[in-house]
Design a protein around this ligand. Structure first.
Ligand code: SAH
Length: 196
């Protein structure tokens, strides 16, 4: 995280330990949540790894994950708001343009609930918004000996970070580790026009 200056990613108060509003009804996660995600995924961020960052938003964690694999392999940031893809790309370019130019980070527009099959399987998957039910596509796209970090629970209610681990035989185990409060992984229409 010391290699990735949050000032290039958060529009305001970059060094305050809180989420910051990005527009489009979403926030860049608080630094402590980025730190938890990186800690819990660190053993899976091996050199050459393929990593999926679902809901890449500001692009902060996408770059931090690339740093975890020493700029090797590939980190795919998937995001469904086109303006945020542009925002994330521009943020990365401020100090880490080589990662985009060398194809070590790519941002794609798509529904992260479906994963991104083209570069699967992924050694590590980070999900930056909560789901009521863990999408099967994401479990399917997790590599053997891989781990997914995903917030699970209903909108506005208690949610938990789950670690979803797939062992060398493909057996999947689930462990809840932390209670959290995330926005939801949703469709564009519901995100831009929330009912409440
Ligand atoms: N991890 C990022 C953003 C967290 S906010 C950061 O810390 O900056 C969650 C992000 O998920 C938002 O950018 C939102 O637009 C995106 N998102 C929500 N639902 C999505 C979906 N179905 N597919 C892809 N991205 C989604």
């Amino acid at each position: 995280m010391l290699d990735v200056d949050r000032n290039n990613f958060a529009p305001r108060n970059p060094y305050v330990n809180r989420p910051q509003y990005l527009g489009y009804n979403v926030t860049i996660s608080a630094p402590h949540m980025h730190a938890f995600a990186l800690e819990y995924l660190s053993d899976y961020c091996i050199n050459g790894a393929h990593i999926l960052d679902v809901g890449s938003g500001s692009g902060y964690l996408t770059v931090a994950l690339s740093k975890m694999i020493n700029d090797s392999g590939l980190v795919v940031g998937i995001e469904h708001i086109n303006d945020l893809i542009i925002f994330g790309n521009n943020n990365v370019k401020k100090n880490h343009s080589y990662l985009v130019e060398n194809g070590k980070i790519i941002f794609v527009n798509g529904d992260g609930r479906k994963g991104y099959i083209k570069y699967a399987p992924y050694n590590a998957i980070h999900v930056g918004a909560a789901v009521e039910k863990i999408p099967k596509a994401l479990i399917d796209q997790l590599a053997l000996n891989g781990r997914m970090f995903i917030p699970v629970g209903p909108k506005g209610k208690t949610q938990y970070i789950y670690l979803v681990d797939k062992d060398s035989d493909g057996k999947v185990t689930y462990k809840s580790i932390l209670s959290v409060c995330y926005g939801m992984l949703t469709d564009v229409e519901s995100q831009l026009n929330p009912e409440d």
